[in-house]
Design a protein around this ligand. Structure first.
Ligand code: PEP
Ligand code: MG
Length: 546
């Protein structure tokens, strides 16, 4: 047995076989061509491999989710048999003297551009498909192995680190837990693990090699300990611990449907953070009272090209409808920093966390922003949708964002398309600048939601991704708590509601502090809903000895 220590991301116990994460290497489009015949041969072989993979995926998906949902894999197989596509690749290899990788990549970009330029929104959405099938062929060409979980019912993923988009590509139904040698507890991958409610330990500093694939591993997310190939005593002790945890979870069930209210009657809204519509099941399961943060950028991370207005509209509408009349706060695109999307072609930066991200991208690329705002406004006709702008530092940014929103709304009115004219508009308070001028910002918006993850990073000047700095990181630093208190005070003075949607909102040791500050809403990962409700209901703010 090997005992490994790291940092816990989610308190839970997971026991299962270890599957190592294999990273797809970046496109090998730079490889020199090995001669026309050889490259044509390689391409045809890789195409066949890709078709066979898609057939296997189709069969698995039919079994799991039914024919309708599986149809996409059939369409992808058809696209890989399309004469125009095949001819373009082979012509580029033949007359362009290109490697198979380069020819496939060039064809993918040409076809994607052609699809995007079409009027029909269905055809526009095919751009993502052509990129997807081409990436599959490229992976087959370079012999890059996909992380194949088909042999397992449930697994623990071992990796050096996982990016948010890599995590999203995994079959999360099968994942019992994560162990990563790198990574920090505040990274978006850690946040994803929390959203999914799965045990995870990061920053173990112990890389795994192929020889441990398939061994039993236990993650104790309460202590941040990982046991590789456990002895029978440890296994038995951990199974008992898992049973106790399950019993506490079952006890929390009695809180379903009860208000999130202190003994003396102070009630708050307890909402969930989600990344995509796949998380809606968790929202219902854990009895969230609304959605306080829909990280819309995950729609972009999951895609191989820009999601269209229709794609986004479908996701937002589904969420609004699933929540009935309950509030759904959709945050506009927060790409940048650790959330990288290749097709945005963002320049490499020395300090990406302080660079072109979030609202800065949206205001610099109005065409992109407009599509998202249209999708969002259209979805507002189907529920109680609120829009929230991230990474705000100034009044000017709010005014410009609101002006774009108004333009979009006028355009929809002119087109006779319905939207909610009362839709709330809020901002994230996640920069020290925003917290400090929150008295002025409050006059411009309907609510504030405090992003404690970034607020902490920017206030303490500690990179949230940097695991080596965890020892210097103090989530309860008085500067953070003062900024939060100031924001609540300024928000209330202007008559608006103030919530917290960063990870600190789920910190039970601060729940009382937040309530005493007068916080109106806490938005946490779905699995944290009932524990926070239990905490709030145990408090009595009339007690003065705090
Ligand atoms: C935050 O910064 O606290 C936040 C909620 O946004 P994200 O974690 O997605 O950056
Ligand atoms: Mg943030």
């Amino acid at each position: 047995m090997l005992v490994i220590r790291g940092k816990s991301v989610f308190a839970g116990i997971a026991i299962g076989p270890l599957a190592l994460f294999h990273r797809q290497s970046a496109s090998a489009a730079q490889r020199p061509a090995a001669g026309i015949e050889a490259e044509l041969q390689r391409f045809r072989q890789a195409r066949q491999t890709a078709v066979a993979q898609l057939q296997a995926l189709y069969e698995r998906a039919v079994e799991k989710v039914g024919e309708d949902e599986a149809a996409v894999f059939e369409v992808h197989q058809m696209m890989l048999a399309d004469d125009d596509y095949l001819e373009t690749v082979e012509t580029l290899i033949g007359s362009g003297n290109m490697s198979a990788e380069a020819a496939v990549e060039r064809t993918a970009q040409q076809f994607a551009q052609m699809f995007r330029a079409m009027d029909d929104t269905y055809m526009q959405a095919r751009a993502a498909d052509v990129i997807d099938i081409s990436r599959r062929v490229e992976a087959a060409l370079c012999g890059c192995q996909d992380t194949d979980l088909s042999a397992y019912d449930g697994v623990i993923i071992g990796a050096d680190d996982l990016g948010p988009s890599e995590t999203l590509q995994l079959d999360t139904d099968k994942i019992l837990g994560f162990v990563t040698s790198g990574g920090s507890t505040n990274s978006h991958t850690a946040i994803l693990a929390r959203t999914l409610g799965i045990a995870a330990v990061v920053g173990t500093d112990t890389p795994f090699h192929d020889d441990v694939e398939g061994l039993t591993v236990i993650i104790d997310g309460y202590t941040g300990t990982v046991y590789l190939d456990p002895d029978p005593e440890t296994l038995a002790a951990m199974e008992r611990k898992a049973e106790t945890a399950a019993a506490h979870q079952a006890a929390l069930e009695r809180l379903r449907g009860l208000p999130t209210q202190t003994k003396d009657g102070k009630r708050i809204d307890l909402y969930a953070n989600i990344g995509n519509t796949g998380d809606l099941a968790q929202v219902a399961e854990h009895d969230a009272e609304g959605i306080g943060l829909f990280r819309s950028e995950f729609l972009y991370l999951e895609n191989t090209t820009y999601p269209t207005e229709e794609q986004q509209f479908a996701a937002y509408k589904k969420t609004a409808q699933a929540l009935g009349g309950k509030r759904v706060v959709i945050r506009t695109l927060d790409i940048g920093a650790d959330k990288k999307v290749d097709y945005f072609n963002l320049e490499t930066e020395e300090n990406p966390a302080m660079g072109m991200r979030a609202i800065r991208i949206c205001l610099s690329r109005p065409a992109l922003f407009r599509i998202q705002l249209r999708a969002l406004c259209r979805a507002s006709a189907f529920g109680k949708v609120a829009v929230m702008f991230p990474m705000i530092i100034s009044l000017d940014e709010i005014r410009r964002s609101k002006a774009m929103l108004r333009d979009v709304q006028e355009e929809l009115t002119a087109q006779g398309i319905a939207y909610d004219k009362e839709m709330e508009v809020g901002i994230m308070i996640e920069t020290p600048a925003a917290a400090i001028i929150s008295d002025e910002l409050a006059k411009e918006v309907d609510f504030f939601s405090i992003g404690s993850n970034d607020l902490t990073q920017y206030t303490l000047a500690i990179d949230r991704q940097q695991t080596r700095l965890d020892d210097f990181f103090d989530a309860h630093h008085p500067a953070i708590l003062r900024l939060i208190e100031m924001t609540v005070r300024n928000g209330h003075a202007a008559g608006i509601w103030v919530g917290i949607c960063g990870e600190l909102g789920a910190d039970l040791s601060l729940t009382e502090t937040f309530l005493r500050m007068g916080i109106d809403e806490l938005s946490v990962s779905p699995a944290a809903i009932l524990p926070v409700r239990e905490k709030v209901r145990s408090l009595d703010l009339r007690d003065v000895d705090v």
